[in-house]
Design a protein around this ligand. Structure first.
Ligand SMILES: [Zn+2]
Length: 509
């Protein structure tokens, strides 16, 4: 039996200067499913997310509009918090990098690293992209354009504080190779190991002439590099620099969930910062892939961005959550398409799941007066259904532990298909015609009700509202026990009175 534990899961914090699209939603939903699953397992969970508010782009946009950067952030923040509320993102902490507590923690970590002797003054001359907030060399950026943003890089020449990243090369390599610091999926781990073998370069940790940022505590008139500031949210969000007891309780993070484009920051710079500052490193970084829209990269300029709100006008949050995690392998890339969404709605949700729940409950209403009967009889079909449930549960748990959400759902849907086949094989409507088959009909309806109950438990992390609706219709309370108890076959009490039955996925106009 697994022991219960504390579990800290984080997402990347988003740049506040553009409202979230489906790619942001995918990451937050994945982290939310992870958090809800761990809570269901009985773990003590802290789910941390937030927004990255110090950036050159914010400063410039605010200047353009004649407002302060802080006013600009206040105007933008609801587009994140509203989207996450609508999508049911159950975070426990939300860091805004402009929070004073966060800024204090950033300064403290910076000072620790300085005191440990890992910072030195140096001349920085090179290229900078304000959209990635990252430095480039002319080798990385031929024609002086950002390879990601296709915008002209800014030439920067300033006296900055540099971090001795090179001092950590061997330690990082060893931590990653021994899996003491896990990077998943393997393709990302190999990329980082390749980077380490090529050799690291020290990195500038401060900027001159940037006002909108955390003031550098050891060098006047400079601000702390935005990536330092942003990465530190993972510790300031659980009390670093403010509440030592809280920090010791939650840290280190069990998993940082991030996009595959920012692994270098999270798998090289971040652990090196922590090692330099005397803070334990996180246990794992999990890099998810990207989502395209109708086969095209989502791009503002080309008008191919899809925002969650556009989907929520037509489908519930649960449907979008299901679609994204079923259709897109969480460790790889995927596509959003309206046609695929409609297909998944009709096939997986309305036909497979909705139909199973609906006909099971309708038959209990019709043949047994709305009460779940006793299961006395036993047939090979019954044991087969039960074995199939047990197999699905085991596979589901194993896949969920690995954040392999689409396979976990595939396993669950195989069980749903098995239960629908059981209905056809047992043909309760035929049994209902012969009074001498009453015991058999009892058993079949009881097994089906038990299957519906079990499915409602397993879909909970993905579709929390839907899971509540299923349990309300089945007549079981919404208070779930821990997963280890909830998955026991036969937990549904005979005599349970079912609730009001209604289609879960109505036909769409
Ligand atoms: Zn860029």
């Amino acid at each position: 039996m697994r022991t219960l534990m504390k579990f800290l899961v984080t997402t990347a914090i988003d740049y506040i200067n553009a409202s979230p699209h489906l790619g942001h939603a995918l990451e937050k939903i994945g982290a939310d499913v992870c958090a809800r699953y761990r809570r269901l397992c009985g773990d003590e969970v802290f789910f941390l997310t937030g927004t990255d508010e110090h950036s050159l782009n914010v400063q410039r946009q605010a200047e353009k509009e004649g407002i302060t950067p802080r006013e600009y952030c206040e105007r933008m923040i609801p587009s994140f918090t509203d989207a996450w509320a609508k999508l049911g993102i159950s975070y426990d902490g939300f860091v805004r990098t402009t929070d004073s507590q966060h800024e204090a923690g950033v300064k403290q970590l910076f000072q620790r690293i300085a005191a440990a002797g890992y910072l030195y003054e140096g001349d920085y001359e090179g290229l900078y992209c304000p959209s990635c907030e990252n430095y480039y060399t002319e080798k990385d950026a031929p024609n002086l354009q950002c390879p990601l943003h296709r915008r002209t890089l800014e030439r920067v020449r300033e006296k900055n504080l540099f971090f001795k990243l090179t001092a950590f090369q061997e330690r990082l390599q060893k931590l990653i190779e021994t899996r003491e610091f896990r990077i998943e999926p393997v393709i990302r781990r190999n990329e980082i190991l390749g980077l380490l073998r090529e050799g690291l370069q020290d990195v500038s940790f401060t900027r001159a002439n940037v006002n909108w940022g955390v003031p550098c505590p050891v060098k006047p008139n400079q601000t702390i590099w935005i990536w330092f500031d942003a990465l530190a949210n993972y510790i300031t969000g659980v009390g670093y620099g403010a509440d030592e007891a809280k920090f010791r309780h939650w840290w280190p993070a069990d998993v940082h969930i991030i996009g595959k484009d920012i692994t270098r920051f999270h798998c090289v710079i971040w652990p090196a910062m922590l090692l330099a500052g005397g803070v334990p490193i996180p246990k794992m970084v999990f890099a998810h892939g990207f989502i395209s829209a109708e086969g095209e990269k989502m791009s503002k300029t080309r008008g191919t961005v899809i925002e969650p709100q556009q989907v929520l006008e037509k489908y519930s949050a649960d449907v979008l959550r299901y679609y994204l995690l079923r259709e897109v392998p969480f460790n790889g890339d995927g596509d959003f398409s309206w046609a695929r969404l409609e297909h998944r709605y009709n096939a997986d949700l309305a036909n497979d799941l909705g139909n199973l729940v609906n006909r099971t409950l309708a038959m209990i209403g019709r043949y047994r007066n709305g009460r779940v009967p006793n299961s006395g009889d036993n047939d090979p079909l019954d044991s087969d259904l039960r074995t199939s449930a047990e197999k699905a549960v085991a596979a589901y748990r194993e896949r969920m532990d690995e954040l392999d959400f689409n396979t976990a759902l595939t396993e669950l849907w195989q069980f749903i298909a098995r239960a629908n086949r059981y209905v056809e094989q047992c043909a309760p409507w035929a049994l209902a015609k012969s009074p001498d088959k009453a015991a058999r009909l009892d058993a079949v309806l009881c097994n089906l009700a038990e299957s519906v109950r079990l499915i409602s438990v397993l879909v909970t992390p993905f579709m929390p509202t839907l899971a509540e609706q299923i349990r309300a219709q089945l007549g079981v309370g919404n208070k779930l026990g821990v997963l280890a108890d909830e998955i026991r076959w036969g937990r549904l009490a005979p005599g349970t009175e079912i609730g009001r039955v209604a289609p879960l996925f109505p036909k769409r106009a």
